[in-house]
Design a protein around this ligand. Structure first.
Ligand SMILES: [Zn+2]
Length: 105
């Protein structure tokens, strides 16, 4: 009888430990998720600022639409390129990842 009670007590203590480490893991995952989200937001804002800056350079240039100078054409090419704006499927992948992480947390 005493051994039985001790066993139950041990199982209870183990369970509490398991729940505590699980909670810690979830909290950690939440922090990781928030950190990724913040970094991504900062990146988007940075991209928007950069895009705005480059577009204002074109605006201030003496060349006109249809007859752009080499520099403006280069800027437009860059803005239309892959590196500046995140591709829709990249955003989609990121959101899928976030959803998975949230489910874990
Ligand atoms: Zn120009």
């Amino acid at each position: 009888m005493r051994a039985n009670l001790e066993l139950i007590e041990q199982i209870r203590a183990d369970s509490i430990n398991d729940i505590e480490s699980l909670t810690e893991m979830c909290q950690h995952m939440t922090l990781v998720t928030e950190s990724i989200q913040q970094n991504y937001q900062a990146l988007l804002v940075q991209n928007q600022l950069l895009t705005g800056k480059l577009l204002s350079i074109i605006d201030e240039c003496t060349c006109r639409e249809g007859k752009r100078c080499g520099r403006c054409l280069e800027i437009l090419k860059t803005l239309g390129g892959e590196n500046l704006e995140p591709k829709p499927d990249a955003v989609q992948k990121y959101q899928t990842l976030l959803t998975k992480l949230r489910k874990l947390g």
